[in-house]
Design a protein around this ligand. Structure first.
Ligand code: MGD
Ligand code: MGD
Ligand code: SF4
Ligand code: MO
Length: 717
């Protein structure tokens, strides 16, 4: 038997796992929590056990597939790469490079090889039409942080292990285990917060599993977080307790903030938010009075119509209460293997609106175009349209708004390449599907999420299994495609990548010769480590993970704004306040839809693992009894839920844990079985596609993020 220590790549918590295999490392015997991991101490959620099921899943693709009439046929890798590159190349030759696009899905951020080799592929493809899961997720936070701190990933995280007071909005870390916050065992950490006398407040239209651990929970109307937070900041100014604390010499715009928040008094926003003025005042005063406090917002604050405003307001509250960059407040993590970010050079245009979509003229934000616009960009306007698409580890039919329209559009593409483990709701439309090894078969390190960790650290995950010789790693797929699209040799591209990264990292001469690790992402990771502030190398790392201590104040060093200061009142964000103010007077919608995540479900793609999929139906609609009565519904009824974009028929569960006027449905379901090969998912957890209801015309206008929460709906028996 062989044991390998590594991290679970399924979510941002990166819990340490101990994987037992046979001595030949061909078969997984067990996946357990690694008690010696310095960050997770043995904690695992049930999804980690699904890693074995995922690896063994007979539906997981072991060979590339090429479309053959209505079905697919297996082909050898060389033929599949040639076919994929020729197909994309043909679109480019006939219609130009602007007819090609890519969609990058969430697991990409959890795979070092994909992160490091995607630039080689996109460079060879040449297209600037980049869509991704990020614009259904965190792009409002990226934008707010770039405006305030100068970098999309200069994102403060709550110092969860030391704070005295944590206010959570639109996140359910007891289930999701945290996002833009790497902190394994969030349930344990939240319990520890209260055990040491701290206070936990949850603001969410649903009384969530996190709310069950909290001192207080308040319902709020979806989409109103920015108004609530600005009213809290207003209270700090009116009370005369607004204070920047450790960052007092590092900010611009404090006076502007004070003048702008006068519009958002607790009385003015109370009805819109659904929380009374007295409570808003108390929440603000307790936040300011706590020895240390942190405000944390996630999916619910981003995937809504005021996503950028709300994301900004979270850190505005942290800053103006003196809690930014201070232990127990909201802090910036360090990174042992910093992922080089292209600096914006003097005189170059800022990464916002350098190009726009054709149909709605929506700006790129940090190089990203809104996924909510992908379908219409394929449908096109005036003959101009996207005709070729490459999807890297994504399932946009189930994860982007109006996925039904997107599915139809995918069927009209001249050429679609999917890099995926399954024939699923998206890849079923592909001309070619290129699979990959399963996560346990490849080395990995998190360079993306550790800079948002609640404790500094680094972990190299060695492969637990010998890779299946019939498969390729994601980075190898990207490299082979890049070679064919550019006409260069894979070895030449790989070497260029290595030398380019070495130059960016400032590693040359003798130091470069010492870089270890095998070809591919491992040696690139060693480069990153050597360039990092801890001066580590691969050989220094503990197989159980390396702890680098609690968060430390990092300002002004972490700032990358042109002024070198924190911009508390960025013009672009301030300009959006009028829209928020106007919304305060709107008549509320009778019923709106929000989403939720569940412990045994991971976006759209772990539903084919029997151990996770068995049991009761998870895709049920939570309805407040008063709404059910109004709509003539009883528990267990099958109801029709309708929005502007579509309708689904879904079983109803009555619960007073959901706010009246709000219904909650998880996303990632809708495994109809039609044309797909995910037998377990379609048999055990078919569910419905909640993104048949989300509306592709609704966006956070600043960031282009999809509005996935607060969708107006009607419900009938
Ligand atoms: N309504 C609603 N919609 C949402 C959300 C919501 O809260 N509500 N959440 C949004 C968020 S936060 C996100 S991140 C997105 C996710 O959106 P997507 O990234 O588009 O969707 P996923 O379901 O994560 O799909 C990941 C795909 O990658 C494949 N995959 C996984 N691992 C590997 C691998 O090792 N190799 C290969 N080749 N393929 C692999 C899986 O089979 C799966 O098809 O969904 C968004 N959509
Ligand atoms: N088990 C599990 N864990 C996961 C995932 C998974 O699919 N399953 N996905 C992973 C991914 S990709 C991500 S991005 C993270 C996301 O992690 P979280 O951000 O914790 O995501 P959710 O659990 O969707 O929590 C969002 C909450 O926002 C609430 N909400 C909706 N609208 C509003 C609003 O307008 N205001 C406020 N204040 N609240 C609102 C919803 O009721 C819900 O409770 O989870 C990751 N972890
Ligand atoms: S919380 Fe669960 S899914 Fe996330 S890393 Fe830990 S074990 Fe994996
Ligand atoms: Mo996400």
């Amino acid at each position: 038997m062989t044991t390998t220590y590594r991290t679970c790549p399924l979510c941002e918590a990166h819990c340490g796992v101990s994987v037992e295999t046979d001595s030949m490392r061909r078969r997984v015997i067990s996946v357990r929590g690694d008690a010696d991991d310095p960050h997770s101490h043995g904690y695992l959620c049930p999804k980690a056990h699904g890693l074995k099921g995922l690896h063994e899943d007979p539906d997981r693709l072991r060979r590339p597939l090429i479309r053959d009439g209505a079905g697919f046929r297996e082909v050898a890798w060389g033929a599949a790469f040639d076919f994929a590159a020729e197909g994309l190349g043909r679109v480019r030759a006939v219609h130009g490079v602007d007819a090609l696009a890519l969609y990058v899905g969430n697991p990409t951020a959890h795979d070092l090889g994909s992160l490091l080799y995607l630039p080689a592929f996109t460079g060879a493809l040449g297209s600037k039409w980049a869509f991704s899961a990020a614009t259904c997720d965190q792009i409002p936070k990226n934008l707010a942080c770039r405006e305030m701190f100068g970098g999309e990933y200069v994102i403060p995280v709550p110092d969860i292990d030391r704070t005295d007071h944590l206010m959570v909005l639109g996140a359910n870390p007891a289930i999701s285990n945290g996002s833009l916050l790497t902190a394994p065992d969030m349930p344990g950490r939240l319990r520890a917060l209260r055990e040491r006398g701290g206070k936990l407040i949850v603001i969410d239209p649903r009384r969530t599993e996190t709310a069950a651990l909290a001192d207080e929970h308040h319902f709020l109307r979806p989409g109103s977080d920015a108004a609530l937070l600005l009213a809290m900041v207003n209270v700090l100014f009116v009370d005369g307790v607004a204070s920047l604390g450790p960052i007092s010499k590092l900010t611009n715009g404090m006076a502007e903030v004070e003048s702008h928040v006068t519009r958002f008094t607790p009385e003015r926003v109370g009805a819109f938010v659904g929380i009374g003025p007295a409570t808003i005042r108390r929440l603000a005063r307790e936040f300011a009075a706590a020895p240390s406090a942190a405000c944390y917002g996630r999916i619910g604050t981003c995937t809504q119509r005021f996503g950028t405003l709300a994301s900004w307001a979270v850190d505005l509250l942290n800053a103006t209460s003196g809690n930014l960059d201070r232990p127990g407040g909201a802090m910036f993590a360090g990174s042992a293997a910093p992922f080089p970010q292209a600096p914006v050079r003097e005189g170059e245009p800022e990464p916002y609106g350098r190009w726009h979509t054709r149909v709605r003229n929506l700006p790129e934000v940090g190089g990203q175009l809104p996924s909510a616009a992908l379908a219409e960009e394929i449908e096109g306007v005036g003959g101009e349209r996207l005709r070729g698409l490459y999807v890297h580890m994504g399932n946009p039919v189930l994860s982007t708004p109006n996925g039904v329209r997107l599915a139809k559009a995918l069927g009209t593409l001249d050429f679609l390449v999917c890099h995926d483990l399954y024939v699923n709701e998206t890849s079923r439309h592909a001309n070619v599907i290129l699979p990959s090894t399963s996560p346990l078969e490849r080395g990995n390190a998190d360079v993306f999420f550790y800079p948002m960790a609640a404790r500094n650290g680094v972990h190299w995950s060695a492969p637990a299994l010998e890779p299946d010789p019939a498969l390729r790693h994601p980075w190898q797929v990207l490299l082979e495609l890049a070679a064919r699209l550019s006409g260069a040799d894979t070895a030449v591209i790989d070497d260029l990548l290595f030398r380019g990264l070495a130059a960016t990292c400032g590693i040359a001469g003798e130091a470069l010769e010492q870089v270890g690790g095998s070809a591919g992402p491992e040696r690139l990771f060693d480069l990153l480590l050597r360039s990092g502030p801890y001066g580590l190398t691969l050989d220094d790392l503990d197989p159980h993970g390396t702890d680098l201590g609690p968060l430390e104040p990092r300002l002004p060093g972490a700032l990358a704004t042109p002024s070198g200061k924190i911009e508390l009142a960025p013009a672009r964000i301030i300009a959006d306040l009028d829209r928020l103010e106007a919304a305060l007077d709107e008549e509320p919608e009778a019923l709106v839809l929000v989403g939720r995540r569940q412990m045994r479900s991971n976006n759209s793609w772990m539903h084919n693992v029997r151990a996770l999929a068995k049991g009761r139906q998870r895709c049920v609609l939570l309805v407040h009894p008063s709404d059910a009565e109004r709509c003539g519904l009883e528990a267990g009824d099958l109801a029709t839920l309708r929005s502007r974009s579509g309708k689904v028929r879904v079983p109803v569960s009555l619960s007073d844990s959901i706010m009246p006027g709000v219904v909650s449905l998880p996303h990632g379901f809708g495994h109809t079985g039609e044309g797909t090969r995910m037998a377990i998912a379609s048999a055990l957890q078919p569910g419905v596609n909640s993104n048949a209801l989300t509306d592709e015309t609704l966006l956070d206008p600043l960031s282009g993020n999809a509005v996935l929460n607060g969708i107006p709906v009607t419900l009938e028996a």
